[in-house]
Design a protein around this ligand. Structure first.
Ligand code: NAD
Ligand code: MG
Length: 403
């Protein structure tokens, strides 16, 4: 691993997204500590060109080949930035010796291959891309153990839990004296909606989260509670624990980002404004602290906190995720694939919001879990899950038209 002139050299996978831009905002504040080695994006050439002009990365990758060609032309005046294309380009910058720190902030299954490559290369991996860990759990954590990668959670809840645990006991909760983890959830924008109201919600309403500003996919996941389901699985792998030891608490203010309860009755919490720059700065600078540009917390203005139990009857995605973790093997990869397809169909106006869990549940019933021993088995399950979910979406659409 190369760390020259005392700086961290960073590859940002998913630089044009919500997490990517927040990461670059923290980087921008500390030019003496952080420099950008590579940036990657999918199709947004204009945003990427503007980021390249500011951060002058050695490499810029567009996952889309046409977009890479356009970026190459747009950056004709920046000869020091090499433009690469496709998954091979993403993997190349994830493992390059010139970068010591990889921010994994691609959304969905597309992030698995480069994130896993960074882990295998023994990097400091800042994990925002929870889907990668959900899909490949055991394989991913085995790779962390064998490569000596430093895995730092960026998801705000997992970063909070990480901060509330002793650093040397992050994967030994019994040894640390932990009784349980209290995983907080905002409850999303439809927390108080009746089942009938949930059938009517639009993509625009689902993408408008009450507390956080995020990418579209995770915003819909927050509204269905699938985000909490994915996070439950994520927490089990990161902290080497089980859903029985994790209790989801809906906390609509999103100020307490999660808690750890110890056997002596102590409950440690991490609090902060709902701004992803806090966990990102924690991961970038760990074990040190840097200014993240986040406004100080004003508890007087907030006044009070609320807590309630999640309603898994109205929001079955949380239950489906726990069941997929219990089923093990490729079931979480199938859950994730079906969810990605269902969310895309909802955003495209092909599926009603309340049918997202219906598609996922049917897909899980029809695609049996297989051993998830290697990358190919996981990708095959991802493909099967997607194909089955598409078939279920089309079946449901035909039935709706027939009525
Ligand atoms: P986003 O949609 O805003 O950004 C996604 C990024 O991934 C973009 O840079 C996009 O170009 C890139 N990308 C999309 N498809 C790609 C593909 N096929 N190949 C390569 N790159 C591709 O998403 P986001 O909200 O920044 O979320 C990113 C990840 O971080 C997700 O896994 C999400 O669950 C996680 N996360 C986000 C937040 C948040 O506040 N936004 C909080 C916690 C965790
Ligand atoms: Mg989260």
């Amino acid at each position: 691993m190369t760390v020259s002139n005392g700086k961290r050299h960073i590859t940002v996978l998913g630089a044009t997204g919500s997490i990517g831009l927040s990461t670059l905002d923290v980087v921008r504040r500390h030019p003496e500590r952080f420099s950008v080695y590579a940036l990657t994006a999918s199709t947004n050439v204009d945003e990427m060109a503007s980021l390249c002009r500011e951060f002058r990365p050695a490499v810029a990758v567009m996952a889309d080949a046409d977009a890479a060609e356009q970026l190459d032309k747009a950056l004709a005046t920046l000869p020091d930035t090499r433009v690469l294309a496709g998954e091979a380009g993403l993997v190349e910058v994830a493992v390059a010796g010139e970068a010591d720190t990889i921010m994994a902030a691609i959304v969905g299954a597309a992030g698995l291959s480069p994130t896993l490559a960074a882990v295998k290369a023994g990097k400091r991996v800042l994990l925002a891309n929870k889907e990668a860990l959900v899909m490949s759990g055991q394989l991913f954590m085995d790779a962390v153990a064998s490569s000596g990668a430093l895995l730092l959670p960026i998801d705000s809840e997992h970063n909070a839990i990480f901060q509330c645990l002793p650093a040397e006991r992050v994967r030994d909760l019994p040894g640390a004296g932990v009784r349980r983890i209290l995983l907080t959830a905002s409850g999303g924008p439809f927390r108080n909606h009746t089942p009938d109201m949930l059938r009517e919600v639009t993509p625009a309403q689902a993408c408008k989260h009450p507390n956080w500003s995020m990418g579209q996919k995770i915003s819909v996941d927050s509204a269905t509670l699938m985000n909490k389901g994915l996070e439950l699985i994520e927490a089990c792998w990161l902290f080497n624990t089980h859903p029985d030891q994790i209790e989801v608490h809906v906390h609509p203010e999103s100020i307490i980002h999660s808690m750890v309860e110890y056997v002596d009755g102590s409950v440690l919490a991490q609090l902060g404004s709902p701004d992803m720059r806090t966990p990102i700065a924690n991961g970038l600078a760990w074990p040190e602290r840097v200014d993240a540009g986040v406004a100080p917390l004003d508890l007087f203005a907030l006044g009070r906190f609320h807590f309630e139990r999640p309603d898994v009857d109205r929001f079955p995605c949380l239950r489906l995720a726990a069941e997929a973790f219990e089923a093990g093997g490729t079931a979480p990869a199938v859950l994730n694939a079906a969810n990605e397809q269902a969310v895309a169909a909802f955003l495209a106006g092909e599926l009603c919001f309340a049918d997202i869990p219906v598609i996922i549940e049917r897909t899980l019933v029809r695609v049996p879990s297989q051993p998830a021993d290697d990358f190919d088995a996981i990708m095959a399950a991802d493909q099967d899950g997607r194909a089955q979910a598409r078939a279920e979406i089309e079946r449901l659409a035909r039935r709706t038209l027939a009525h």
